[in-house]
Design a protein around this ligand. Structure first.
Ligand SMILES: C[S@@+](CC[C@H](N)C(=O)[O-])C[C@H]1O[C@@H](n2cnc3c(N)ncnc32)[C@H](O)[C@@H]1O
Ligand code: SF4
Length: 300
């Protein structure tokens, strides 16, 4: 049964981080085709709501993230939040932001609906490390402080683990601990948009072990052995409980975006139909990333 989805709300960004496809200007020209309107979001959420009722789902988690900066589509986020708030309270949302365009009014909105949506920030460590792969540390940090002022605690952080993180692991982890970031969700860097940042799965898992010993709270510790994504150190959910919804169609996960062979529905298809097709792509070995397995065997 499905209980997770990621909606790629847009495909545009105000930054060009080095390790992201925006750094290399890949897939950035046709961004208009990926833009979700408020009406699109409402359609998707009402399909989710029908699925929840038909299948008696306790909680359905939706990430409003995808391949761009979600807060550039703040109107669509508001629509999703208001829909979820007025529905049966079973849809829980989260989004991840680079934190550079956020304003006080928007932070207030997230605070008002904090039981419906969780606002996470991307931060890869101290300024010098963050800015090797990302941009504009100062703006992000300033808005994290604004968040803390209103919420009374630091937000959850999304942090990408690269070769530099491993090399500087003590400094990175101490930075999070000393600055009071208790919840940090790490993910392994993927793609080859920038040279010299890739690490092995083994290096990544050793790093996670180190963080655990140091006392950081991570998505991977909470959800161990859960179907989610190997990039977070959990099991691969492809073909099981997760889907990736873009304006141009639904895919088994974000890495399959634009591979029409793996299209499992249209963005407004009922989830019941998507679920049937999705079973064709059941990962037989969920401890490994399905996309990477197919890639290694030249089957993509
Ligand atoms: C694609 S971004 C979209 C959200 C927003 N623009 C941001 O940067 O937070 C979602 C997450 O993916 C991470 N990310 C970007 N490029 C990545 C890569 N090559 N490998 C792994 N994660 C990456 C970002 O750091 C961010 O935490
Ligand atoms: S802010 Fe996010 S989407 Fe934008 S370039 Fe950086 S990682 Fe990519």
């Amino acid at each position: 049964m499905k209980n997770r989805a990621c909606i790629s709300i847009n495909a545009r960004c105000n930054l060009t981080c080095n390790y992201c496809h925006f750094g290399k200007k890949v897939n950035t020209l046709n961004w208009r085709e990926f833009e979700m309107s408020k009406e699109d979001i409402k359609l998707i959420l009402s399909n989710v709501s029908t699925y929840i009722k038909d299948n008696n789902v306790k909680e359905f988690k939706i990430g409003l993230v995808g391949s761009g900066e979600p807060l550039l589509s703040f109107g669509a986020i508001q629509e999703a939040v208001l829909f979820a708030a007025n529905d049966n309270q079973k849809i829980k949302l989260y989004t991840i932001t680079n934190g550079t365009t956020l304003n006080k009014k928007q932070i207030k909105f997230f605070h008002k609906f904090k039981d419906i949506i969780d606002l996470n920030f991307s931060l890869d460590g101290p300024k010098d490390i963050h800015e090797v792969v990302r941009k504009n540390y100062n703006k992000t940090f300033k808005n994290i402080i604004e968040y803390e002022r209103l919420f009374g605690h630091k937000p959850t952080i999304n942090s990408v683990v690269t070769r530099l993180t491993i090399k500087e692991q003590e400094r990175v982890v101490n930075y999070f601990l000393e600055n009071g970031f208790k919840n940090v969700n790490f993910s392994i860097v993927f793609g080859d948009y920038i040279e010299g940042v890739s690490i092995t799965n083994e290096e990544y898992y050793n790093f996670l072990k180190y963080c655990k010993e140091k006392g950081l709270n991570m998505r991977q510790m909470v959800n161990t052995k859960k179907y989610d994504c190997t990039k977070y150190g959990n099991l691969c959910a492809v073909g099981r409980n997760n889907i990736y919804i873009t304006k141009k169609g639904v895919f088994p996960c974000g890495r399959f975006q634009n591979l029409n062979k793996y299209l499992i529905g249209q963005f407004d298809s009922p989830l019941k139909e998507i679920e049937l097709i999705m079973k064709k792509f059941l990962n037989p070995n969920p401890s490994k990333c399905y996309y990477e397995m197919l890639q290694e065997n030249n089957k993509l």
